[in-house]
Design a protein around this ligand. Structure first.
Ligand SMILES: [Zn+2]
Length: 486
């Protein structure tokens, strides 16, 4: 069955004729394989919801993480299906889970990735407790991690299990990789990378992109697939001067120099960089929308000319278009009558994939060239990166997401924030961020906020998109047989 859940997902009825048009237009884009013999999607959605509800009740709040409990929960669910799992406990209570559907090994494995840990929650502000996994009468699953990102794990696991049950022979391994500590120090993915020769995936599906309803135009859902992420340069501005007594003001004191340095950062105004990914996404939006807006968005020269001011004027889109430099806090002595010899400011600078860490560090240092007693020190950094859109996994995700239309635009994007994918790209893994849910702005606020939740409709959709992607990319061309998986 195709999409009778669509109109519920949009939260309001969509005229049947429009709906039918959408399906009719999109059907030829879908894969020619397997629709007839596909799983019962409504049942799959309920199964994913049941898995998610139980998984949300496993407390993996980071800190401390305790991802071992989450890994054991997922491991048990997979083992019940006869899928081999490995739990890699790399520190006390901190663990990654690696599960695998074996194959003929004709291509490198494909990874379904997620993180096990979740951020903290202020339970008093939630309608249903963050660790409840409550499923309400409207078919919504509540809990910290429903979106970020236990909901994704639930649909990844369900898609993998359905593929396994189908008994189809695979040409490449399917790996479920659930890692620890994404929300704080990325220790889980770094651990997995140390053993990547054993995991072996050339491609990863991870968090990063999600469908956003009414993003640019009312009634249209935009799904940016994250093909890249900005890198970061984190450091400190250090201002120094003679320590002195507060009673006797003098020029050249450290705090004054730090404020001058901060003012210098405020004057920095980077130019917009029109990444091909952004132009590609806007083009997809325009294509779907049509009309005057469509004409503009389909032509990069017009987009740059007419949208520059609007996009640069909004902090959210500005962060997509430019390198950024943000002074996020100040530190120094606390006593009012002591002028410290040194005070510091934290700097969070984010760089587009084509800006190097060294370039950005030099730019920041140059801002302080005319100032006495001010220096910049990089504390940690990672370059940004991108994966190509001319890639079978990207194209499959795009196609199977589009089949969830109507009024849907799918295109590439460079994320202003980063996920574990930033690290994987440094070792040549192609990573695509696509959590196949379509969300309202209000639902989006649940990520790291209050009342995080996901609908069963979205869980059904997510399972369907991932299952179809897996079938396209991993099932052997040969006739399905029932005996090649164990
Ligand atoms: Zn996350």
């Amino acid at each position: 069955m195709h999409d009778h859940a669509q109109h519920r997902a949009f939260g309001r009825p969509i005229a049947l004729s429009v709906f039918a048009l959408g399906v009719g237009a999109l059907a030829p884009l879908g894969p020619s394989i397997a629709r007839a013999g596909e799983p019962d999607w409504a049942a799959a959605g309920r199964e994913a919801a049941g898995t998610l509800s139980a998984y949300l009740q496993v407390d993996t709040t980071n800190p401390p993480g305790n991802e071992l409990a989450g890994a054991r929960f997922l491991g048990a669910a997979l083992q019940r299906e006869g899928i081999a799992v490995e739990i890699d406990e790399f520190d006390v209570g901190r663990a990654n889970l690696i599960a695998r559907l074996p194959s003929a090994g004709l291509e490198p494995p494909l990874c379904l990735m997620s993180h096990i840990d979740v951020v903290t929650a202020e339970a008093a502000n939630w309608r249903h407790p963050p660790l409840s996994g409550h499923i309400d009468a409207e078919g919504v699953v509540w809990g910290r991690g429903a979106l970020d990102m236990k909901g994704m794990t639930a649909v990844e696991l369900t898609a993998m299990v359905l593929l396994h049950r189908s008994g189809q022979a695979l040409r490449r391994d399917v790996v479920l990789l659930a890692v620890a500590d994404e929300e704080l120090d990325n220790r889980g993915v770094l651990r997995a990378m140390e053993r990547w020769d054993r995991i072996g995936c050339s491609h990863v599906i991870n968090e990063g992109g999600v469908g956003i309803q009414d993003m640019f135009f009312a009634g249209q859902t935009v799904f940016p697939i994250s093909v890249g992420e900005k890198g970061y340069v984190w450091g400190e501005i250090i201002a120094s001067g003679e320590p002195a007594h507060g009673s006797t003001p003098q020029p050249g004191q450290a705090p004054e120099r730090l404020v001058e340095a901060w003012q210098a950062t405020r004057a920095w105004s980077p130019k917009p960089v029109w990444d091909p990914a952004l132009l590609g996404l806007l083009e997809a939006v325009g294509e779907e929308q049509g009309g005057v807006a469509g004409v503009i968005l389909k032509h990069p020269a017009l987009t740059k000319l007419l949208l520059r001011r609007k996009l640069m004027g909004n902090p959210l889109t500005r962060a997509v278009l430019t390198d950024t430099l943000n002074v996020t806090g100040f530190r120094g002595a606390e006593a009012p009558n002591v002028v410290p010899g040194e005070v510091r400011a934290n700097v969070d600078s984010r760089i587009l994939p084509d800006t190097t860490v060294e370039q950005q560090a030099q730019r920041i240092e140059a801002l302080f060239a005319g100032l006495n007693g001010v220096r910049f020190e990089v504390q940690s950094s990672t370059p940004g990166g991108r994966s190509p859109t001319d890639d079978p996994l990207y194209r499959a995700l795009e196609r199977h997401l589009l089949a969830e239309g109507p009024h849907l635009a799918v295109g590439p994007a460079i994320s202003p924030g980063f996920t574990d994918s930033i690290h994987l790209r440094t070792i040549g893994v192609r990573a695509y961020g696509a959590v196949p849910f379509f969300l309202t702005e209000d639902e989006l606020r649940g990520m790291h906020g209050n009342n995080e939740r996901v609908s069963v409709v979205n869980l059904e959709r997510g399972t369907r998109v991932l299952y179809r992607t897996l079938v396209e990319l991993t099932v052997a061309a040969a006739q399905p047989t029932a005996s090649t998986t164990n």
